[in-house]
Each structure stands twice: as structure tokens, then as C-alpha cells.
Write a protein that binds this ligand. Structure first.
Ligand code: COA
Length: 343
């Protein structure tokens, strides 16, 4: 049987570090370091400069992942690009990344398909499931899967938006999935969604039910109200559902594969909130040293959190061939997912 394994990982975060104190002193956010750390565990995040696109972050992460896999862009058969913050409304970011990777250049241009995944914080796992299926079915051999987000362009640093503005940061993570006949790689993936909660964590920059779809002034210039321009969230409801769904997603994976916590070497949870992850781990009795975290440094980078965490962990040398990894995510939609991998 053909398996899909992660042959290379990479990540990129913009160099500008924004601490919790910077949010207060530079961005004027009515907050404190203590409030943010106590509620979320976040100490800092990275922000991009004006002129940087999400696909620029994706490009750097992708280059690292390709290099790590010993491949070049022309070895790719497919790009899967997960993001809730694409460069523009449409097209999706996948084609911008394809172009920036140089795949459209020269006589040997390779016009690989570019698939955009729109499942927010679960985007990486939705992408992993999609890419794995294509490899297992023998359709493709080498797939670049990227999670990339640029939140800093659309955060509301007024008191109105502080519960969201304090959580999110920019970054990208990438993996190269390859076909192999060896007994390793992605062992299974399980996804879910509950559209009843679609509005609970959302950004409705426009509403196509309306005519015109966006309010316009007398000059025909569109105007976006703050409530539509910025993400809206019922934080407490998200917190409660995140805990329930993440535990459920993990148990689904365990029962499908006959596993317990003891079989797992590392847990890579979506980095939305350290308290959510610690609470889930406590409820399940997962030992602290198995729960990997980097939200302290990067905040919530949505679809990018798991591949950034994976790439950092791989780079640190902690991952050894044969180790079992569990990934779990939950986010806007609501959507969620889990995956089990043998490294
Ligand atoms: C967002 C979150 C940290 C807020 O924590 P909370 O304990 O629920 O706080 P609340 O929203 O009830 O707000 C409590 C108070 O803190 C204030 N507050 C919100 N953000 C603040 C900030 N950054 N700094 C200081 N005060 C803040 C609120 O205005 C509110 O003030 P009030 O009591 O005077 O009205 C928490 O709900 C959470 O983490 N939820 C999950 C979010 C998440 O993970 N989203 C992504 C999912 S993928």
C-alpha cells in the first residue's frame, strides 16, 4: 500500500516581535501583559510589515520545507494552501504561492494545481486529510501543504476588539508530503464540522445577500463597518466547544486505531490558547512533557500553528523515526480534526 509521509517541514514568522507590553504601548490596546498571559499563555506574537502578503510568508516556509525534503518546486504535483487570510478576496493564495515558487517561469514551467482550503484553524488538518488521500490513491507523489496567515493587517486594537487582537499573530508553516511504500506516515485523519456555530467566530467583510453587497457613500465608495471589517468572536462559547471537540477528536482517533495516550510520543494541538490545551491535557491525563507548545512566542496563527509547531519540533531534533504523533485542531466553523502519524 502507498503511504503518505512528511518528508520535510519548514516555517517562517516575520522578524518583528510584538510583546504584550508593545500591544499596550505601541498599539494603544487597553490591556495588560498579566491579563493576556493569564487567559491565553501568549507572551508575544509576530507582525508583518506593510507590503508583505500572506503568500510571502507561505513562500519562505515552503522553501524551507522543500529544502528539508531535498526537493525543488518542480518536483511538486500539487499545492494545498490553507488560510483564512488570503492575499486578496479571490483568487486564493495557492496560485500566488505557485507563482512565487517560480513554477510558472521558463520553458520548463510546471502548472501544478493549487487547491485552497478554507477551514480556518482546522485548515491544516483538512489539508492533510485531502493530500494524504490523493497520495494513497496514487494520484500524486509529492504535495506541498502550507498553512499561512497574516492577521496583523486586520486586528482591531481598540477596546472593542481587544479580546481578539491580543490573541492573533502572523506566520506560516509548510510540509512536503511524499508517497512511500514504507510502513510509516499518516495513519489516519478524522474531521468534523458544526455549521450551527458558523457565526460565533467569523469575519463578514461583505454580505452578498445585500444590494449593494457593501454600503457605499455618495461617490460609490464602499464602506465597511467595524463589525464587518474585523473578526467577531464569542470567546467563552469557543473555549467550551474547543475543549469538548478536541477531546472528542482525539478519542475518535484512538478508537479508530486502538490507541491510548501511552502510545503517543507527542501531542501537537492547534495553538489557540494555552489554557484550552492544558485543560484538555489535564482532563485526559496527558503528561505535560508530551504536550508541545509555542503559542507563548507566536500567538494564534490559525492554519499555520500546527505546521509551525511541527517544523520547530523537527528542527529541535526531538522527533525520531517511528515516533507517534497526534495532531488535534478546533476553530471557526466550527470545524475540528485529528490525525495520527508515525514519524
Ligand atoms: C478570548 C478569551 C481569552 C477571553 O477571556 P474571558 O475570560 O472569556 O474574558 P471575557 O471575554 O469574558 O472578558 C472579560 C473582561 O475582560 C475584558 N478583556 C477582553 N480582552 C481583554 C484584553 N486583551 N485585555 C484586558 N481586558 C480584556 C473584557 O472586555 C471583559 O471586560 P468587562 O468584564 O469589563 O466586560 C477567552 O474567552 C478565550 O480564550 N476563548 C477562546 C478563544 C479562542 O481560542 N479563539 C480561537 C479559536 S481557534
Amino acid at each position: 500500500m502507498t503511504n503518505a509521509y512528511i518528508a520535510g517541514t519548514g516555517f517562517y514568522v516575520p522578524p518583528r516581535v510584538v510583546t504584550n507590553d508593545d500591544l499596550r504601548t505601541v498599539y494603544g490596546l487597553d490591556t495588560t501583559h498579566e491579563w493576556i498571559v493569564k487567559r491565553s499563555g501568549i507572551e508575544a506574537r509576530r507582525y508583518s510589515d506593510e507590503g508583505t502578503a500572506t503568500s510571502d510568508l507561505a513562500l519562505e516556509a515552503s522553501k524551507h520545507a522543500l529544502e528539508d525534503a531535498g526537493l525543488t518546486p518542480r518536483d511538486l504535483d500539487l499545492i494545498v494552501y490553507a488560510s483564512l487570510s488570503p492575499d486578496v478576496g479571490f483568487p486564493g493564495g495557492g496560485v500566488y504561492l505557485q507563482q512565487k515558487l517560480g513554477l510558472c517561469d521558463g520553458a520548463d514551467a510546471k502548472f501544478v494545481p493549487a487547491l485552497d482550503v478554507r477551514n480556518q484553524c482546522s485548515g491544516f488538518l483538512y489539508g492533510l486529510g485531502t493530500a494524504t488521500s490523493m497520495i494513497e490513491a496514487g494520484v500524486y507523489k509529492n504535495i506541498l501543504l502550507v498553512g499561512a496567515e497574516l492577521h496583523s493587517a486586520a486586528l482591531d486594537w481598540t477596546t472593542r476588539g481587544r479580546s481578539i487582537a491580543s490573541l492573533f499573530g502572523d506566520g506560516a508553516g509548510a510540509v512536503v508530503l511524499r508517497a512511500t511504500d514504507e510502513d510509516r506516515g499518516v495513519r489516519g485523519w478524522w474531521l468534523g464540522a458544526d455549521g450551527r456555530f458558523a457565526d460565533v467566530l467569523s469575519q463578514k467583510i461583505w454580505d452578498l445577500k445585500k444590494r449593494p453587497f457593501m454600503p457605499v457613500n455618495e461617490h460609490g465608495v464602499g464602506q465597511v463597518e467595524p463589525l464587518m471589517m474585523y473578526a467577531q468572536m464569542d470567546g467563552k462559547l469557543v473555549f467550551r466547544h474547543a475543549v469538548e471537540r478536541m477531546i472528542g477528536a482525539l478519542f475518535t482517533a484512538y478508537s479508530a486505531k486502538g490507541l491510548t495516550h501511552d502510545d503517543i510520543d507527542y501531542f501537537l494541538f492547534h495553538q489557540a490558547n494555552l489554557r484550552i490545551n492544558q485543560y484538555v491535557a489535564e482532563q485526559l491525563g496527558i503528561p505535560e512533557h508530551k504536550l508541545l507548545s509555542n503559542i507563548q512566542s507566536y500567538g494564534n496563527t490559525t492554519a499555520a500553528t500546527i505546521p509551525i509547531l511541527l517544523a520547530e519540533t523537527a528542527r529541535s531534533g526531538k522527533l525520531k523515526r517511528g515516533m507517534k504523533i497526534a495532531m488535534v485542531a478546533f476553530g471557526s466553523g466550527f470545524t475540528w480534526g485529528s490525525a495520527i502519524l508515525d514519524w
